[in-house]
Every structure is written in structure tokens, then in C-alpha cells.
Design a binder for this molecule. Structure first.
Ligand code: BES
Ligand code: MN
Ligand code: ZN
Length: 493
């Protein structure tokens, strides 16, 4: 699949499908009005009859339209013009692509909507490109008969008021970011018998070699040497050894460090989950997948910043060697942790990974983790919880998410929440001991390991995984927050 662009008039485009957007409560304007005239007013009649209303994600396929060189035309609703944002265009592209890629489509052409306030044509092209790309994807990796077919080419048709170099850049960015998101989705969807700490690390090594990132993989002995007692305690229950992957992208100025939770399967350990709770727990490495995917895109786009990606990879399983309730662990930074629930393993793994990132001289930290069910209770399945120790840095991450069209929302970090993780016998304990405020007590735990470095924690337990398909996305891994990390890095100095 590749993205291209063209300024050919719509009626002269040759493709399997031509996709055009319709604004709600507006008559056809500009190039679309020209198209309507070429079609003898067909589009206007459809609108007048109420068949095309332009409501967001409304889809109207038309076949064998006389006057077109494409055999099929798809009109996708964009909603109200003054409400449109980056996410709205991504969704419109995804919804359109999802509805037509069930059959063997080779070439899609889409009219990039222009005249969207707040968005340049280049930005709109990037949004539409990203959206179409994701709508063309299916998780049917392991199905013997695929039910979705990616087209070979997606052509973005743009008005003349964009520069060629600007569009080339937009397309390059859309393609690179889309491939990164696809990588994260693929990794999350891979079964845990195939994706485990060593195989994830191997995959990271290949990506690093291909893209020119420095790659360091710490095995269990090296992790011991690095005093990562908390991470190793989680890994101890499994036959599969832990790995810590460190990728480095060299640029200029300050160093941004991205840290991901990579629990390739979370059974809960001795605090075993129920079957229902465990069923989707291959998704518990979505944070690490997002970091790897973002590092790939950052390297390919040659972004100017210094970035370190740290991925903490373990399996959380019960066994005769597994950590027990009441165990006291010593983390890399010397703090002692009383284990009262082996299912609160993500914070143990991240404790050492964050302390390691701090020691690598990070100037700013962002960690991503499918950390708590409590965050999903608080914000629902589509919004990430954002917590941190520095307001300006939190704002910067929030605005990157906004620009990328991804949803994050701040949760408070008042000092009194730290009471929840006080232990009688160690420095801290790994659960709040109450369901209330569970997303925040987990964040307060992480805060113990970041020193004075400005840090943001994104709890992606909700948005990392889609239980059911919807109009814009397949079920399974979503690849969330990869584009936010790229956006953040693009503006980082
Ligand atoms: N990986 C889970 C969190 C999770 C829940 C991710 C649902 C995605 C969907 C995490 O390791 C966990 O088990 N957290 C516990 C913490 C508790 C024991 C303090 C939870 O949320 O129940
Ligand atoms: Mn767990
Ligand atoms: Zn977990």
C-alpha cells in the first residue's frame, strides 16, 4: 500500500473507487460543484432528496455513475464544516475505507476536503491518508481466508492551492506514521505464543538495524547487574526470561525518553485473573509496542530530537518460582516494595525501567502503559488517563495528543494520594488496597521512580484494545498514541 497525490479533476480520475466528502447542511462548492455539474446535478438531487445529508461518517455508495471514469463513487459525510478537526478527518477516511475494502480494490482515490477551518490542505491530506490507511487494515493475520484487502495505491486528490513539496511531505509523514501504527497494532494482535520478551526484542533489533537506531538488549543477567529487582521479580514466574530493549535516536539538544510497559501476557500471577479478565491480556504490551512503533517513525522521519525508547518486557505467570504476596523487592533506585497483589505487576516493571531511563540522562519522560482497570472505569474505553509531576510538560503532551487527534484526559496527582501506597514494612506497597482512585495510586507509585525529571504517565488500558469493531476500526489492537509520540517528538527540542 502506498500513498500518492494528484490534482486531476475528479471526473477524469481513474481508480476503482472515487471518494468525496460532503459537509452537513451545505451545497456543493468548488471542485465538487464542478463534479456535480459533470454528473448533471445528480449529487444535488441526492442531497435535496435527503439521501446525502453529510452527517459524520454517513456513507453513500453510487455505482456506474455516468460522467465518471471510476465505476464507483462513495460520498462520505464529514459533519459540520466548523466542527471538523484532525480526528474527524481520520475517522471519515477510516469509515470510507472500511466500507469498501471487503472486495479486491486496487486503487482508491479520495478528494481531500479543502476549506476546513483550522486545517491546512497539507494537514487535511495527512489526516485523510492516515484514516484511509487504517480503514484498509484488518486483524485477520491468522485467518486462512482474508476478509479485507488493502489496495495497492491510495491517491489523495488535492486542490491546486497546496504546494507540491508540502503535499509530498504530508504524504511521507502520513505513510510513515501509518506504518508505525500498523506495526503497533500487529504486535498487540500477535498471540502470546509468538510474541514474548525475546521475540519482541528480536523484532526491535530488526527494526533498529533497518532504520539506523542504536539498539541495546539487556538479558536477565545484565538486568541483575543493573539491579532491576522489581522487573525481575515479575519475570520470575515465567519460563521465558525478561528483556529490556533500549533504542536510541540521535539528534540535538535535550533528551526525550519514552518508556513502555511490555507485559507480553498478564495472567495476574499468583493473584490470578479470571478467565474473562485474562482473555485479552496479550494486549498488556501495548505501551512497549507504541514506543517501538514511534521510534521506528522518529528514525524514518529523521526528526531532529534526541530520543531514547525503553521497553520493559516480561510475562506475568504463576509458578513455583513466582513472586509471592508479602515479598519485599528492591528496585533499581534502592526503594523497597512490598508486594500485596502480583496482578499489579505493570508498576513493578515500569519502576525499574523509569529509573533506568532517568539514569540515561533523560530531560523529559513519557511512559505508556495498560496499567489499571480503574482508569477504564474512570474514563471509558476510548480515553487515556494522563498523570504527571510537571504541569507544563503535561500540557505539552496533551497538546501533542490533540494535534494527533487522540484522546487523553488529566487526572489529579494531589500529594495525599501517596498515603494509599505507604507500607508498614517497606518504603511503598504495590497496591492502594482500595478500588477507589486506583489509576492515581498506580501513578503515584510510578512517581517514586522518576526523580525530578518532568514526567507524564499515559494509562492506555482503555484505548489500547478494541473489544468490538466499529465504524472506523477493527477489533483488537488499536495502535493508540503512536502518532501522539511522533507529534510530541516533532515539536521537542
Ligand atoms: N494489565 C492490567 C490492567 C488492565 C486492565 C489493562 C484491563 C487492560 C485492561 C494490570 O496489570 C492490572 O492487572 N491491574 C490491576 C491492578 C490492581 C491489582 C491494583 C487492575 O487494574 O485490576
Ligand atoms: Mn496485572
Ligand atoms: Zn498488566
Amino acid at each position: 500500500m502506498r500513498l500518492t497525490f494528484s490534482t486531476t479533476p475528479f471526473h477524469e480520475i481513474e481508480a476503482d473507487w472515487l471518494i468525496v466528502g460532503a459537509w452537513e447542511n451545505e451545497v456543493w462548492q468548488g471542485a465538487l460543484a464542478d463534479l456535480d455539474r459533470k454528473l448533471d446535478g445528480t449529487l444535488t438531487r441526492l442531497r435535496e432528496r435527503g439521501d446525502i445529508r453529510g452527517k459524520a461518517k454517513e456513507l453513500t455508495p453510487l455505482y456506474e455513475v455516468r460522467g465518471l471514469k471510476t465505476p464507483r463513487l462513495l460520498v462520505v459525510g464529514l459533519g459540520k464544516r466548523d466542527k471538523i478537526d484532525f480526528a474527524g478527518l481520520v475517522d471519515a477516511g477510516s469509515a470510507a475505507a472500511r466500507s469498501i475494502t471487503g472486495k479486491g480494490t486496487k486503487r482508491l482515490a479520495i478528494a481531500v476536503p479543502d476549506g476546513a477551518p483550522q486545517l491546512t490542505v497539507e494537514t487535511a491530506a495527512r489526516a485523510v491518508g492516515v484514516g484511509l490507511w487504517h480503514g484498509c487494515e484488518g486483524p485477520g493475520l491468522r485467518k486462512s481466508k482474508p476478509d479485507r484487502f488493502a489496495p495497492a495505491e491510495i491517491c489523495l486528490i488535492t486542490s491546486a492551492n497546496a504546494t507540491t513539496s508540502g503535499l509530498e511531505r504530508a504524504i511521507h509523514e502520513a505513510e510513515t506514521e501509518s506504518r508505525a501504527v500498523s506495526l503497533a497494532r500487529e504486535l498487540v494482535n500477535l498471540p502470546p505464543c509468538e510474541l514474548f520478551p525475546e521475540s519482541f526484542a528480536e523484532r526491535a533489533r530488526e527494526i533498529a538495524e533497518r532504520t539506523g537506531l542504536d539498539c541495546q538488549i539487556l538479558d536477565e543477567n545484565q538486568l541483575e547487574g543493573e539491579r532491576m529487582g522489581a522487573l525481575l521479580a515479575v519475570a520470575r514466574g515465567s519460563e521465558r526470561p525478561a528483556r529490556l530493549v533500549v533504542l536510541r535516536h540521535h539528534g540535538q539538544g535535550n533528551t526525550l525518553s519514552l518508556v513502555g510497559k511490555g507485559v507480553t501476557f498478564d495472567s495476574g500471577g499468583l493473584s490470578l485473573k479470571t478467565n474473562e479478565q485474562m482473555a485479552d491480556m496479550k494486549c498488556d504490551m501495548a505501551g512497549a509496542a507504541a514506543v517501538l512503533a514511534a521510534m521506528q517513525a522518529i528514525a524514518e522521519l529523521k526528526l531532529p530530537a534526541n530520543v531514547i525508547g525503553v521497553m520493559a518486557l516480561v510475562e506475568n505467570l504463576p509458578s513455583g518460582k513466582a513472586m509471592k504476596l508479602g515479598d519485599v523487592l528492591r528496585a533499581r533506585n534502592g526503594k523497597t516494595i512490598e508486594v500485596l497483589n502480583t496482578d499489579a505487576e505493570g508498576r513493578l516493571v515500569l519502576a525499574d525501567a523509569l529509573a533506568y531511563a532517568v539514569d540515561q540522562k533523560a530531560d523529559h519522560l513519557v511512559n505508556l502503559a495498560t496499567l489499571t482497570g480503574a482508569c477504564v472505569v474512570a474514563l471509558g474505553t476510548e480515553v487515556a488517563g494522563l498523570m504527571g509531576n510537571n504541569e507544563a510538560w503535561s500540557e505539552q503532551v496533551l497538546s501533542a495528543a490533540k494535534a494527533a487527534g487522540e484522546k487523553a484526559w488529566p487526572l489529579p496527582m494531589f500529594p495525599h494520594y501517596s498515603e494509599l501506597i505507604k507500607s508498614d514494612i517497606a518504603d511503598i506497597k504495590n497496591t492502594g488496597g482500595t478500588r477507589y482512585g486506583g489509576a492515581i495510586s498506580a501513578a503515584k507509585f510510578l512517581e517514586e521512580f522518576v526523580g525530578n525529571v518532568p514526567w507524564v504517565h499515559l494509562d492506555i488500558a482503555g484505548p489500547a484494545w478494541a473489544e468490538r469493531e466499529n465504524a472506523v476500526l477493527d477489533a483488537g489492537g488499536t495502535g493508540c498514541f503512536v502518532r501522539t509520540l511522533v507529534e510530541l517528538t516533532r515539536n521537542y527540542s
